[in-house]
Design a protein around this ligand. Structure first.
Ligand code: GLC
Ligand code: CA
Length: 543
């Protein structure tokens, strides 16, 4: 936020003082770029850093504060880049370190910050450490993973989150632990060499001007020292992990890692850490963002909430309460590269789109930071990816029972030409097939359409920037039947209500205030009230 102040003409000195006292990340809108799918500069069908760099003006025009890039490192390619072979390099498919530096510099010129993804729970099986450990069980690198001697049965009942046992065998019969794919061996964080190497990695990128890291599987890293059986099984339908998985996640020692990483970031002004903490209990999630740990941890509650006032109100209240207790902002998430696209989750088609539009107004009104997943601002649905084109290990390891995450990772449609502008015209096939009708969602089309999802996002982001009640106020949540209201009060005393109708009939909201923004043109204003059709939301400035 601080970097954008110069462009806000009406800011008073007091506001400047208040804003600069509040670090940028507390209220930032961070745009998540799935690098492989964002923009391909050289026509190999794979998004890359130069492609992203060329699209930075779009992100600045949209009005976000920062860009978080999914892993850009050399990778074994088994899990969309989350199996890393070299933490201090760039995968040649994406460019090189100088491209990353150029990206950071261009972003800065536009008032944007760059946040990288770091993956400390596991490496690739092609990482030199794991390769050394395979070749020689007694080498120092072997102690950096979890190996167990050959035996009939695996050491315990732990399961991979991608399906099947969490233990696989080496060619010489030993077991090794992988809580994700077999190509992602888990690191042993009790070996000090692991911690030391990650500290080098953080500094390597911080020295290149990045503004921080999204920390993958931040609730992992340490495991039960006795490798005891987990008491129960994980189900992806839960909000996150809980006591049933007590031996694999959320070990107390992990908090010391975040204290150490925080102290490193403190040496680099205005940098931050945001953790992926998939625990069911919001209070446990918030503990990862105590004042001396990570600056933020994602609130995934709304990502798994069905479209109902009870679920959304509970998701918002429980997060405001939990993060409020530790003094951290809530980091709201409605979509990412691991979940079905919002439009589809909320029912698909016109209904799903209307709900996604309304949900955007809801999260962008709430105090805290908001993480937007590339393509959600276009209202992209989950794409149908044919099985033969799929890449996600979840699909393969579940024997096809789980459809996997490819459908939310399909390349961005930029224009209405063949190939929708993802790659230079007339070049290679995109790495995942783009549905034939995606020109309808193209950026070029939506920028010209005053009623598009993109226009709605852009207006919402501009209003959020301009009104202290939005994104940085105090919020209270109430429900009346199918109507959810968030009342946001700014530091200047201004009040904006975000009212969402989650029911099937029109809702009348009493108000003489101004309609700042409506999620749909079907919202009607009369002198003393506003009529909200089903699945719409409105921002009301009450005078
Ligand atoms: C995180 C990532 C996901 C990845 C997993 C293993 O959950 O968001 O994409 O598969 O970690 O690294
Ligand atoms: Ca490329």
């Amino acid at each position: 936020m601080a970097m954008r102040l110069a462009t806000v003409r009406t800011t008073t000195d007091e506001q400047v003082a208040a804003q600069s006292a509040s670090p940028w990340w507390r209220t930032a809108v961070v745009y998540q770029v799935y690098l492989r799918s964002f923009a391909d500069s050289n026509g190999d069908g794979i998004g890359d850093l130069a492609g992203l760099r060329s699209r930075l003006p779009y992100l600045s025009w949209l009005g976000v504060d920062a860009v978080w890039i999914n892993p850009h490192y050399p990778s074994g390619g088994a899990d969309g880049g989350y199996d890393i072979c070299d933490y201090r390099a760039v995968d040649p498919e994406y460019g090189d370190v100088s491209d990353l530096e150029a990206l950071v510099a261009d972003a800065r010129d536009l008032g944007l910050r760059v946040v990288l993804d770091v993956v400390p729970n596991h490496t690739s099986d092609r990482h030199p450490w794991f390769q050394a450990a395979l070749a020689d069980p007694d080498c120092p690198e072997a102690a950096r993973y979890h190996f167990a001697p050959p035996s009939e049965e695996p050491p315990n009942n732990w399961q991979s989150l991608f399906g099947g046992p969490a233990w696989s065998r080496t060619p010489d019969g030993r077991w090794y632990l992988h809580l994700f794919a077999p190509e992602q061996p888990d690191l042993n964080w009790r070996d000090p060499a692991v911690a030391a190497d990650f500290e080098r990695t953080l500094r390597f990128w911080l020295d290149r001007g990045v503004s921080g890291f999204r920390v993958d599987v931040a609730y992992g890293l340490f495991k039960d020292p006795g490798l005891r059986d987990n008491p129960g099984a994980y189900s992806p339908t839960l909000f996150g992990h809980g006591p049933e998985q007590a031996m694999t996640w959320n070990q107390p020692e992990v908090h010391d890692v975040w204290r150490r990483w925080r102290s490193i970031c403190d040496e680099y002004p205005e940098t931050m850490l945001v953790g992926e903490v998939c625990l069911a209990d919001p209070q446990e999630v918030a503990l990862y963002s105590r004042p001396d740990e990570m600056h933020q941890s994602f609130c995934f509650r709304l990502l798994k909430s069905p479209w109902s006032t009870a679920s959304f109100a509970d998701g918002v209240r429980s997060a405001l309460d939990a993060f409020g207790r530790v003094g951290a902002p809530v980091s709201w998430v409605l979509g990412n590269h691991d979940k079905d696209r919002q439009v589809t989750r909320f029912g698909g088609g016109a209904v799903g789109t209307a709900r996604a539009r309304a949900a955007a107004l809801l999260v962008l009104s709430l105090p805290g930071s908001a993480y937007l997943y590339a393509g959600d601002e276009l209202g992209l649905p989950q794409a149908d990816v044919p099985d033969e084109a799929k890449r996600d290990p979840i699909f393969f390891r579940s024997g096809g029972a789980r459809s996997g995450r490819d459908g939310c990772r399909v390349p961005m449609p930029w224009n209405t030409e063949p190939g929708v502008g993802f790659s230079p015209a007339g070049t290679a096939q995109p790495w995942l097939p783009i549905p034939g009708d995606w020109d309808r969602y193209a950026v070029s089309r939506q920028t010209r359409d005053g009623g598009s999802v993109l226009t709605l996002y852009r207006r919402a982001l501009a209003l959020r920037e301009a009104h202290p009640a939005l994104g940085s106020g105090d919020a209270t949540v109430s429900t009346r039947g199918d109507v959810l209201t968030v009342r946001c009060t700014g530091a200047d005393g201004s009040v904006i209500r975000c009212v969402v109708n989650m029911g099937s009939g029109t809702a009348l909201v009493r108000s003489r205030g101004t309609v700042l923004l409506a999620s749909s043109t079907t919202v009607r204003r009369s002198p003393a009230s506003v009529a909200l059709p089903p699945d719409t939301a409105v921002w009301l400035a009450d005078s």
